[in-house]
Design a protein around this ligand. Structure first.
Ligand code: SF4
Length: 347
């Protein structure tokens, strides 16, 4: 039986039943298989990107139960402050500016577009910005459909998008943890429209709260199905739920947080479809992110320089990881560090 499953894994045709069987393997077997597939897919190179993160506001009309970032008396960065932060990033050699923020009441599509245009008019830098939820918010406030909104954002300088707001792509779970966020179908519609318009995205999964193993497997297989159709995902990033300072954390045990097997399972289920599996150092910490390199991971994300979302939820890994620290982490497990662009071209 295991031989047949491994054959389907190799062909990128792993079934749900296969996935649940694989998820029941002892950890050392699961990690060994994931590590083998990682080597086949991308070799021993481990990538990272020099980027700057900008969270332009923490005011938000949303009410996600896992969120510790939103604030009643929040800040909103001015255009000058945003440009200043981009300038600081450029001075540190960034190739990417990553922008996400809360959902400001009354923020129109034009406001999002002007933010992009003002950055692009000053700096030649890749802009990786706005979650599918933010795109939905901009389109809804401006009474536009998703295609028109994304076309306008692309025209204004949007180069790629974070595939955040995915959480767990199952509406029964979404009703519990983020009832007023876009539905599973809406997330898929926005992502597939972005891919159709030539806007690549990442894919994420927020795990370790109220979801089951089956929910995790279904989420990863759904991402695989989208990738089969569009080819627009650059990487998959499992994100452990951080339990501090949010309502969901009060009802979910902290021990449910980080599960190293999720990265390994993602590597196995996405084999032949998504080459890059990322460990988020800001969520996991440096040591655990390094350990993940032995469990199917080949990318460590970005330098960030500034990070509020994880920090608000109890993350203690800091806000900046220097290129030297990335290189030490990667060479520390005998792998080859390489800088990359957002779209995984090696630098
Ligand atoms: S996760 Fe995003 S949309 Fe949800 S409350 Fe927090 S800032 Fe708002």
């Amino acid at each position: 039986m295991i031989d047949e499953i491994l054959e389907r894994v190799q062909d990128g045709r792993t079934t749900r039943e296969d996935a649940l069987y694989l998820a029941s393997l002892p950890s050392h077997e699961l990690f060994h298989l994931a590590d083998q597939l990682r080597r086949e897919a991308v070799g021993d190179t481990v990538t990272y990107v020099i980027n700057r993160n900008i969270n332009f506001t923490n005011s938000c009309i949303g009410d996600c139960a896992f969120c510790a970032f939103r604030s009643e008396n929040g800040y909103v960065l001015s255009r000058e402050q945003i440009l200043q932060k981009v300038q600081e990033g450029i001075e540190k050699g960034v190739t990417e500016i990553c922008i996400q923020g809360g959902l400001l009441r009354g923020m129109m599509l034009d406001d999002y577009c002007e933010m992009l245009e003002s950055i692009k008019s000053h700096f030649a830098v890749h802009i990786h910005a706005f979650s599918p939820m933010e795109v939905f918010h901009a389109a809804r406030n401006s009474a536009l459909d998703i295609t028109d909104a994304l076309s306008a954002l692309k025209h204004s300088g949007l180069d790629s998008m974070p595939g955040t707001a995915a959480e767990i792509l199952d509406d029964s779970i979404r009703r519990k943890i983020c009832p007023n966020k876009i539905s599973t179908d809406q997330w898929i519609e926005i992502i597939t429209t972005a891919h159709r318009l030539g806007i690549p995205t990442t894919a994420t999964m927020l795990y370790g709260h109220v979801e089951s193993l089956e929910n995790r497997v279904d989420h990863i297989l759904l991402i695989r199905d989208v990738q089969r159709k569009t080819g627009g995902f650059t990487e998959f990033i499992p994100l452990p739920f951080m339990a501090k300072n949010n309502p969901l954390g009060k009802v979910v045990s902290r021990a449910n947080g980080i599960d190293m097997r999720v990265h390994a399972l993602a590597r196995i289920l996405l084999h032949r479809h998504i080459k890059n599996i990322q460990a988020s150092w800001v969520k996991l910490g440096r040591k655990l992110a390094q350990t993940m390199l032995l469990c199917g991971v080949n990318d460590l994300g970005g330098t960030l320089m500034e990070e509020h979302i994880t920090k608000s939820a109890g993350g203690t890994s800091g806000e900046y990881l220097s290129p030297k620290e990335f290189e030490d982490i990667i060479t520390g497990v005998g792998r080859i560090p390489r800088r990359r662009t957002t779209l995984y071209e090696l630098i």
